[in-house]
Write a protein that binds this ligand. Structure first.
Ligand SMILES: NC(=O)c1ccc[n+]([C@@H]2O[C@H](COP(=O)([O-])OP(=O)(O)OC[C@H]3O[C@@H](n4cnc5c(N)ncnc54)[C@H](OP(=O)(O)O)[C@@H]3O)[C@@H](O)[C@H]2O)c1
Length: 312
Protein backbone atom coordinates (compact mmCIF):
# COMPACT_ATOMS: atom_id res chain seq x y z
CA UNK A 1 0.00 0.00 0.00
CA UNK A 2 1.29 3.46 -0.90
CA UNK A 3 -0.20 6.92 -0.60
CA UNK A 4 -1.22 8.33 -3.97
CA UNK A 5 -1.91 12.04 -4.45
CA UNK A 6 -4.12 12.91 -7.40
CA UNK A 7 -3.54 16.57 -8.26
CA UNK A 8 -6.72 18.01 -9.77
CA UNK A 9 -8.59 14.90 -8.62
CA UNK A 10 -11.76 16.98 -8.35
CA UNK A 11 -11.83 17.31 -12.17
CA UNK A 12 -12.97 15.09 -15.02
CA UNK A 13 -10.03 12.72 -15.55
CA UNK A 14 -8.95 12.98 -11.92
CA UNK A 15 -12.34 11.90 -10.52
CA UNK A 16 -12.23 8.74 -12.61
CA UNK A 17 -8.75 7.89 -11.35
CA UNK A 18 -9.69 8.63 -7.73
CA UNK A 19 -12.84 6.49 -8.01
CA UNK A 20 -10.86 3.61 -9.55
CA UNK A 21 -8.26 3.79 -6.76
CA UNK A 22 -10.96 3.83 -4.09
CA UNK A 23 -12.79 0.89 -5.62
CA UNK A 24 -9.52 -1.04 -6.09
CA UNK A 25 -8.83 -0.48 -2.37
CA UNK A 26 -5.10 -1.23 -2.49
CA UNK A 27 -3.75 2.26 -1.89
CA UNK A 28 -4.68 5.34 0.11
CA UNK A 29 -5.69 8.23 -2.11
CA UNK A 30 -5.64 11.93 -1.35
CA UNK A 31 -6.59 14.79 -3.66
CA UNK A 32 -4.54 17.96 -4.11
CA UNK A 33 -6.99 20.79 -4.70
CA UNK A 34 -6.72 24.56 -4.65
CA UNK A 35 -9.51 24.60 -2.06
CA UNK A 36 -10.20 22.12 0.70
CA UNK A 37 -13.95 21.79 0.36
CA UNK A 38 -15.58 19.57 3.01
CA UNK A 39 -18.72 18.93 0.95
CA UNK A 40 -16.69 17.85 -2.07
CA UNK A 41 -14.48 15.68 0.13
CA UNK A 42 -17.61 13.93 1.46
CA UNK A 43 -19.04 13.55 -2.05
CA UNK A 44 -15.84 12.07 -3.52
CA UNK A 45 -14.86 10.01 -0.50
CA UNK A 46 -11.20 11.07 -0.42
CA UNK A 47 -9.32 13.62 1.66
CA UNK A 48 -8.75 16.99 -0.06
CA UNK A 49 -5.48 18.74 0.73
CA UNK A 50 -5.49 22.49 0.08
CA UNK A 51 -2.64 23.11 -2.37
CA UNK A 52 -1.06 26.21 -3.82
CA UNK A 53 0.94 25.17 -6.89
CA UNK A 54 3.01 28.35 -7.01
CA UNK A 55 5.72 27.42 -4.46
CA UNK A 56 7.97 24.36 -4.79
CA UNK A 57 9.02 24.32 -1.11
CA UNK A 58 5.42 24.41 0.14
CA UNK A 59 4.46 21.70 -2.34
CA UNK A 60 7.37 19.53 -1.19
CA UNK A 61 6.20 19.92 2.41
CA UNK A 62 2.66 18.83 1.45
CA UNK A 63 4.01 15.70 -0.25
CA UNK A 64 6.32 14.82 2.63
CA UNK A 65 3.80 15.64 5.40
CA UNK A 66 1.30 13.34 3.70
CA UNK A 67 3.90 10.64 2.99
CA UNK A 68 3.00 10.72 -0.72
CA UNK A 69 4.74 8.02 -2.75
CA UNK A 70 3.06 8.56 -6.14
CA UNK A 71 1.70 11.76 -7.68
CA UNK A 72 -0.82 11.51 -10.50
CA UNK A 73 -1.40 14.92 -12.02
CA UNK A 74 -4.69 15.50 -13.80
CA UNK A 75 -4.41 19.28 -13.71
CA UNK A 76 -6.15 21.37 -16.33
CA UNK A 77 -3.18 22.12 -18.59
CA UNK A 78 -3.85 25.37 -20.35
CA UNK A 79 -2.43 28.88 -20.04
CA UNK A 80 -5.46 29.90 -17.95
CA UNK A 81 -5.40 26.61 -16.03
CA UNK A 82 -2.51 25.01 -14.20
CA UNK A 83 -0.32 25.22 -17.34
CA UNK A 84 3.31 25.64 -16.35
CA UNK A 85 2.47 25.16 -12.65
CA UNK A 86 2.67 21.39 -13.11
CA UNK A 87 6.45 21.78 -13.35
CA UNK A 88 6.49 23.06 -9.77
CA UNK A 89 4.72 19.90 -8.69
CA UNK A 90 7.31 17.80 -10.56
CA UNK A 91 10.18 19.67 -8.90
CA UNK A 92 8.50 19.27 -5.51
CA UNK A 93 7.98 15.54 -6.07
CA UNK A 94 11.64 15.25 -7.07
CA UNK A 95 12.70 17.08 -3.89
CA UNK A 96 10.28 15.16 -1.62
CA UNK A 97 11.95 12.37 0.38
CA UNK A 98 8.80 10.23 0.24
CA UNK A 99 7.85 10.66 -3.44
CA UNK A 100 9.16 8.26 -6.06
CA UNK A 101 6.71 8.21 -8.97
CA UNK A 102 4.90 10.77 -11.12
CA UNK A 103 2.25 10.68 -13.85
CA UNK A 104 1.90 14.05 -15.62
CA UNK A 105 -1.38 15.42 -16.94
CA UNK A 106 -1.36 14.22 -20.55
CA UNK A 107 -4.18 11.73 -21.23
CA UNK A 108 -4.33 12.36 -24.97
CA UNK A 109 -1.89 11.21 -27.64
CA UNK A 110 1.76 11.93 -28.51
CA UNK A 111 2.13 15.44 -29.84
CA UNK A 112 4.99 17.01 -31.73
CA UNK A 113 6.87 20.15 -30.72
CA UNK A 114 5.98 21.83 -34.02
CA UNK A 115 2.25 21.46 -33.19
CA UNK A 116 2.62 23.86 -30.26
CA UNK A 117 0.86 26.62 -32.19
CA UNK A 118 -2.15 24.39 -32.82
CA UNK A 119 -3.06 23.73 -29.20
CA UNK A 120 -2.13 25.81 -26.15
CA UNK A 121 -1.48 22.92 -23.77
CA UNK A 122 1.16 21.25 -26.00
CA UNK A 123 4.17 23.41 -25.01
CA UNK A 124 3.19 23.05 -21.35
CA UNK A 125 2.88 19.29 -21.52
CA UNK A 126 6.27 19.12 -23.27
CA UNK A 127 7.82 21.35 -20.60
CA UNK A 128 6.53 18.93 -17.95
CA UNK A 129 8.07 16.01 -19.81
CA UNK A 130 11.43 17.78 -19.94
CA UNK A 131 11.20 18.44 -16.18
CA UNK A 132 10.53 14.73 -15.59
CA UNK A 133 13.42 13.68 -17.84
CA UNK A 134 15.85 15.68 -15.72
CA UNK A 135 14.40 14.46 -12.41
CA UNK A 136 15.23 11.33 -10.43
CA UNK A 137 11.56 10.31 -10.39
CA UNK A 138 10.14 7.26 -12.09
CA UNK A 139 7.43 8.50 -14.45
CA UNK A 140 5.06 7.43 -17.16
CA UNK A 141 3.01 9.45 -19.61
CA UNK A 142 -0.47 8.02 -20.17
CA UNK A 143 -1.96 8.24 -23.66
CA UNK A 144 -5.59 7.18 -24.14
CA UNK A 145 -6.60 8.76 -27.44
CA UNK A 146 -9.87 10.64 -27.67
CA UNK A 147 -12.43 10.29 -24.88
CA UNK A 148 -15.42 8.18 -25.92
CA UNK A 149 -17.56 9.95 -23.28
CA UNK A 150 -18.23 12.85 -25.68
CA UNK A 151 -20.24 10.54 -27.97
CA UNK A 152 -22.66 9.52 -25.20
CA UNK A 153 -23.58 13.03 -24.09
CA UNK A 154 -26.14 14.05 -22.97
CA UNK A 155 -27.63 10.57 -22.64
CA UNK A 156 -24.74 9.16 -20.59
CA UNK A 157 -23.30 11.58 -18.07
CA UNK A 158 -19.58 12.09 -17.65
CA UNK A 159 -17.37 14.29 -15.51
CA UNK A 160 -16.13 15.82 -18.78
CA UNK A 161 -17.82 19.01 -19.98
CA UNK A 162 -19.78 18.45 -23.23
CA UNK A 163 -17.88 19.12 -26.43
CA UNK A 164 -18.89 18.42 -30.03
CA UNK A 165 -16.22 17.17 -32.42
CA UNK A 166 -16.15 14.58 -35.24
CA UNK A 167 -19.54 12.99 -34.45
CA UNK A 168 -22.59 15.07 -33.60
CA UNK A 169 -24.89 12.25 -32.59
CA UNK A 170 -27.81 14.39 -31.34
CA UNK A 171 -27.54 16.34 -34.64
CA UNK A 172 -27.24 13.19 -36.83
CA UNK A 173 -24.11 14.51 -38.51
CA UNK A 174 -20.38 13.94 -38.77
CA UNK A 175 -17.38 16.02 -39.85
CA UNK A 176 -14.70 13.54 -40.83
CA UNK A 177 -11.03 14.43 -41.31
CA UNK A 178 -9.42 13.20 -44.56
CA UNK A 179 -10.97 10.09 -46.08
CA UNK A 180 -12.06 8.75 -42.67
CA UNK A 181 -9.99 5.59 -43.00
CA UNK A 182 -7.30 6.26 -40.39
CA UNK A 183 -7.72 4.23 -37.17
CA UNK A 184 -8.48 6.31 -34.09
CA UNK A 185 -8.16 5.27 -30.43
CA UNK A 186 -11.20 6.02 -28.25
CA UNK A 187 -11.21 5.34 -24.52
CA UNK A 188 -13.82 5.92 -21.84
CA UNK A 189 -12.58 8.01 -18.89
CA UNK A 190 -13.59 5.27 -16.42
CA UNK A 191 -11.24 2.86 -18.20
CA UNK A 192 -8.38 5.35 -17.88
CA UNK A 193 -9.06 5.22 -14.14
CA UNK A 194 -9.01 1.42 -14.09
CA UNK A 195 -5.82 1.06 -16.13
CA UNK A 196 -3.95 3.78 -14.23
CA UNK A 197 -4.95 2.31 -10.84
CA UNK A 198 -3.84 -1.17 -11.93
CA UNK A 199 -0.53 0.09 -13.32
CA UNK A 200 0.51 1.25 -9.85
CA UNK A 201 1.27 -2.40 -9.14
CA UNK A 202 3.89 -2.62 -11.92
CA UNK A 203 7.37 -2.96 -10.53
CA UNK A 204 8.73 -0.75 -13.30
CA UNK A 205 7.05 1.88 -15.42
CA UNK A 206 7.86 2.58 -19.06
CA UNK A 207 8.09 6.28 -20.05
CA UNK A 208 4.92 5.92 -22.11
CA UNK A 209 1.75 3.94 -21.30
CA UNK A 210 -0.83 3.55 -24.06
CA UNK A 211 -4.45 2.70 -23.22
CA UNK A 212 -6.71 1.52 -26.02
CA UNK A 213 -10.38 1.46 -25.11
CA UNK A 214 -11.33 0.77 -28.70
CA UNK A 215 -9.82 1.55 -32.08
CA UNK A 216 -11.55 2.04 -35.41
CA UNK A 217 -11.74 4.41 -38.36
CA UNK A 218 -14.08 7.40 -38.29
CA UNK A 219 -16.04 5.82 -41.17
CA UNK A 220 -16.64 2.77 -38.97
CA UNK A 221 -17.55 4.96 -35.99
CA UNK A 222 -20.14 6.84 -38.08
CA UNK A 223 -21.69 3.52 -39.15
CA UNK A 224 -21.96 2.43 -35.50
CA UNK A 225 -23.59 5.73 -34.51
CA UNK A 226 -26.06 5.49 -37.42
CA UNK A 227 -26.91 1.93 -36.44
CA UNK A 228 -27.37 2.84 -32.77
CA UNK A 229 -29.79 5.63 -33.70
CA UNK A 230 -31.36 3.86 -36.68
CA UNK A 231 -30.91 6.92 -38.87
CA UNK A 232 -28.56 8.00 -41.66
CA UNK A 233 -26.19 10.86 -40.78
CA UNK A 234 -25.16 13.82 -42.92
CA UNK A 235 -21.45 13.10 -43.38
CA UNK A 236 -18.96 15.72 -44.56
CA UNK A 237 -15.27 15.11 -45.26
CA UNK A 238 -12.71 17.83 -44.54
CA UNK A 239 -9.47 17.49 -46.49
CA UNK A 240 -6.05 18.35 -45.11
CA UNK A 241 -5.90 21.66 -47.02
CA UNK A 242 -9.09 22.83 -45.29
CA UNK A 243 -7.93 21.53 -41.88
CA UNK A 244 -4.58 23.30 -42.26
CA UNK A 245 -6.49 26.55 -42.88
CA UNK A 246 -7.97 26.00 -39.41
CA UNK A 247 -11.42 25.14 -40.77
CA UNK A 248 -13.81 22.23 -40.26
CA UNK A 249 -17.40 21.58 -41.29
CA UNK A 250 -19.72 23.06 -38.69
CA UNK A 251 -21.86 20.48 -36.90
CA UNK A 252 -25.51 21.29 -36.02
CA UNK A 253 -25.11 21.01 -32.22
CA UNK A 254 -22.08 23.31 -32.14
CA UNK A 255 -24.15 26.34 -33.02
CA UNK A 256 -26.21 26.37 -29.82
CA UNK A 257 -23.04 26.16 -27.70
CA UNK A 258 -21.07 29.08 -29.12
CA UNK A 259 -21.84 31.21 -26.05
CA UNK A 260 -19.89 28.62 -23.98
CA UNK A 261 -17.43 27.48 -26.66
CA UNK A 262 -16.85 30.27 -29.22
CA UNK A 263 -16.91 29.32 -32.90
CA UNK A 264 -13.25 30.39 -33.40
CA UNK A 265 -12.15 28.03 -30.60
CA UNK A 266 -14.22 25.14 -31.98
CA UNK A 267 -12.88 25.63 -35.52
CA UNK A 268 -9.25 25.91 -34.37
CA UNK A 269 -9.46 22.97 -31.95
CA UNK A 270 -11.41 20.61 -34.19
CA UNK A 271 -9.23 21.31 -37.23
CA UNK A 272 -6.16 20.47 -35.11
CA UNK A 273 -7.80 17.19 -34.04
CA UNK A 274 -8.54 16.52 -37.69
CA UNK A 275 -4.90 17.01 -38.70
CA UNK A 276 -3.73 14.60 -35.98
CA UNK A 277 -6.31 11.97 -36.86
CA UNK A 278 -5.50 12.24 -40.57
CA UNK A 279 -1.80 11.92 -39.73
CA UNK A 280 -2.52 8.65 -37.89
CA UNK A 281 -1.38 10.02 -34.52
CA UNK A 282 -4.26 8.33 -32.67
CA UNK A 283 -3.54 4.91 -34.17
CA UNK A 284 -1.83 3.39 -31.11
CA UNK A 285 0.21 0.21 -31.27
CA UNK A 286 -1.53 -2.57 -29.31
CA UNK A 287 1.80 -4.28 -28.64
CA UNK A 288 2.90 -1.29 -26.56
CA UNK A 289 -0.40 -0.90 -24.70
CA UNK A 290 -1.34 -1.45 -21.06
CA UNK A 291 -4.12 -3.65 -22.45
CA UNK A 292 -1.48 -6.29 -23.22
CA UNK A 293 -0.13 -6.15 -19.67
CA UNK A 294 -3.57 -6.04 -18.05
CA UNK A 295 -5.77 -8.39 -20.11
CA UNK A 296 -8.17 -8.79 -17.17
CA UNK A 297 -9.37 -5.21 -17.78
CA UNK A 298 -12.03 -5.31 -20.47
CA UNK A 299 -12.49 -1.73 -21.67
CA UNK A 300 -15.80 -0.34 -22.87
CA UNK A 301 -16.19 -0.76 -26.64
CA UNK A 302 -17.56 2.07 -28.75
CA UNK A 303 -20.29 -0.13 -30.23
CA UNK A 304 -21.79 -1.10 -26.87
CA UNK A 305 -21.35 2.44 -25.55
CA UNK A 306 -23.21 4.00 -28.49
CA UNK A 307 -25.97 1.40 -28.30
CA UNK A 308 -26.42 2.02 -24.58
CA UNK A 309 -26.58 5.77 -25.16
CA UNK A 310 -28.63 6.00 -28.32
CA UNK A 311 -30.69 2.85 -28.90
CA UNK A 312 -34.09 3.36 -27.34
N1 LIG B 1 -7.98 12.92 -24.67
C1 LIG B 1 -9.03 13.67 -24.48
O1 LIG B 1 -10.05 13.53 -25.19
C2 LIG B 1 -9.02 14.68 -23.37
C3 LIG B 1 -10.19 15.39 -23.08
C4 LIG B 1 -10.18 16.25 -21.99
C5 LIG B 1 -9.02 16.42 -21.23
N2 LIG B 1 -7.89 15.73 -21.58
C6 LIG B 1 -6.65 15.92 -20.79
O2 LIG B 1 -6.85 15.41 -19.48
C7 LIG B 1 -6.15 16.21 -18.52
C8 LIG B 1 -7.11 16.60 -17.40
O3 LIG B 1 -8.17 17.34 -17.98
P1 LIG B 1 -9.58 17.52 -17.24
O4 LIG B 1 -10.59 17.80 -18.30
O5 LIG B 1 -9.80 16.38 -16.31
O6 LIG B 1 -9.31 18.84 -16.41
P2 LIG B 1 -10.35 19.72 -15.59
O7 LIG B 1 -11.45 18.84 -15.09
O8 LIG B 1 -10.72 20.92 -16.39
O9 LIG B 1 -9.43 20.24 -14.40
C9 LIG B 1 -8.80 19.35 -13.50
C10 LIG B 1 -8.49 20.07 -12.20
O10 LIG B 1 -7.42 20.99 -12.42
C11 LIG B 1 -7.48 21.94 -11.36
N3 LIG B 1 -7.23 23.28 -11.93
C12 LIG B 1 -7.97 23.94 -12.85
N4 LIG B 1 -7.45 25.17 -13.09
C13 LIG B 1 -6.35 25.26 -12.31
C14 LIG B 1 -5.40 26.29 -12.09
N5 LIG B 1 -5.47 27.46 -12.70
N6 LIG B 1 -4.41 26.05 -11.21
C15 LIG B 1 -4.34 24.87 -10.56
N7 LIG B 1 -5.24 23.86 -10.71
C16 LIG B 1 -6.22 24.07 -11.57
C17 LIG B 1 -8.87 21.87 -10.74
O11 LIG B 1 -8.79 21.29 -9.44
P3 LIG B 1 -9.14 22.15 -8.10
O12 LIG B 1 -10.21 23.13 -8.47
O13 LIG B 1 -9.63 21.09 -7.16
O14 LIG B 1 -7.87 22.78 -7.69
C18 LIG B 1 -9.60 20.93 -11.67
O15 LIG B 1 -10.59 20.14 -11.03
C19 LIG B 1 -5.56 17.39 -19.28
O16 LIG B 1 -4.19 17.17 -19.51
C20 LIG B 1 -6.31 17.39 -20.60
O17 LIG B 1 -5.55 17.89 -21.68
C21 LIG B 1 -7.87 14.85 -22.61
Amino acid sequence: MVIVAVAGGTGAVGRNIVEALISQGKHEVIILSRTADAAKEEEIGARLVATDYKGVAALTKILEDNNVHTVISTLFMSPNGAGLLEQNLIRAADASKTTKRFVPSEFGFPQRDEDGDLFPSIPMKHASRRALETSSLEWTIVYNGYFMDYFGMPRISSYLAPYVVLLDIPGNAAAIPGDGNKPVTFTHTSDVGRFVAASLDFEKWTPVSFIIGDKMTMNEAVKLAEKAKGIEFKVDYDDLVKLKRGEVTELPSQNSRYSICPKEFVQATNSAFGIWIDRGDLDFDENMSLNRKLPEIKPIKLKEFLQKAWTN
